[in-house]
Design a protein around this ligand. Structure first.
Ligand code: G3H
Ligand code: ZN
Length: 289
């Protein structure tokens, strides 16, 4: 059942567990996320990037998510969120169509511009009683990973400054803050670490819920430590893509005679569901619906 995201995230922060925010772009991924939440009796955040929206269109993807959430997912609290909104028109469109939360990601801009855009979108979102996430510090992707390994960039320089985070939240009045503490978009097992002392410092100075991006590839120990040190929402995308691809390859190679897309896709949807279920146990959100 669709509920205000405030309800889901506030309970997680008070309960010292994390809620998973899982990316979707179609029916199968959305089914996998919602079926896992129902099975684990867990709250969940379903999120779409701008490219996921342009894969079909906003009205269609929003309808798939909300219809499934209010039918298949009616027994658990679910919220719909825009992930990494960089285009302010798309952020506004998601606010107007009824997303429960939006991420104004101006982290690549200079500080003053990030404050101005995040504050502007916060005013719009709050007029519609929806929550807004902003981002401070840079969270690398695979391109950045290359520069990191060549030493061209130093991870510490990209991380969120705790004192600036306090100032940023006071100026913008955002509801949640995405922080850079060492994670990377994509799955880089064993490479990604969380700067736990920096996370603790941010937690001390910033009271609103904190969001960890780039969750794929992190170990259960790192997740649990980060949750203990103040993380309430963790974003996961790549792990579902990896589960989907692995299952699809196995089905195609084993069952070469099947042609029905549902039969071909079902094992991949179930594999994504199992991955979401596994993560909900690590985050501690199971039985918290
Ligand atoms: O916003 C989405 C996430 O940060 C996804 O990161 O692909 O490393 O799980 P991930
Ligand atoms: Zn992210």
């Amino acid at each position: 059942m669709i509920v205000p995201i405030k309800q889901i995230i506030t309970k997680a922060q008070q309960g010292s567990y994390a809620v998973g925010a899982f990316n979707t772009s179609n029916l199968e991924i959305t089914l996998a996320i919602i079926r896992a939440a129902v099975k684990q009796k867990s709250p969940v955040i379903i999120q779409t990037s701008e490219s996921a929206i342009s894969y079909s269109n906003l009205q269609t993807l929003f309808a798939i998510m909300t219809n499934l959430a209010n039918t298949t997912g009616k027994s658990v609290p679910i919220a719909i969120h825009l992930d990494h909104g960089k285009n302010t028109q798309i952020v506004k469109d998601c606010i107007n169509i009824g997303y429960n939360s939006v991420h104004m990601d101006a982290s690549e801009k200079d500080y003053a511009t990030n404050v101005r855009l995040s504050k502007q979108m916060t005013q719009l979102a709050h007029q519609k009683k929806i929550w807004i996430q902003a981002e401070l510090g840079s969270i690398l992707g695979k391109e950045g990973m290359v520069k990191l390994t060549t030493g061209e960039i130093n991870m510490k320089d990209l991380m969120t400054d705790p004192i600036q985070a306090k100032d940023f939240v006071e100026r913008t009045k955002v509801d949640t803050l995405a922080i850079s503490v060492g994670t990377i978009h994509g799955s880089f097992k064993g490479v990604e670490k969380v700067d736990q002392p920096r996370l603790k410092k941010i937690r001390e100075l910033v009271k609103i819920p904190l969001v960890l991006h780039g969750g794929s590839g992190l170990s259960p120990q790192i997740f649990k430590q980060a949750i203990k040190n103040g993380i309430s929402v963790i974003n996961i995308d790549t792990n579902l893509r990896l589960a989907f691809k692995k299952a699809l390859q196995s089905t195609i190679s084993k069952e070469s005679n099947i042609i029905d897309p549902r039969q071909i896709l079902n094992p991949a949807t179930e594999a994504m569901q199992r991955e979401v279920e596994r993560i909900m146990v690590i985050f501690g959100s199971y039985n918290k619906a």
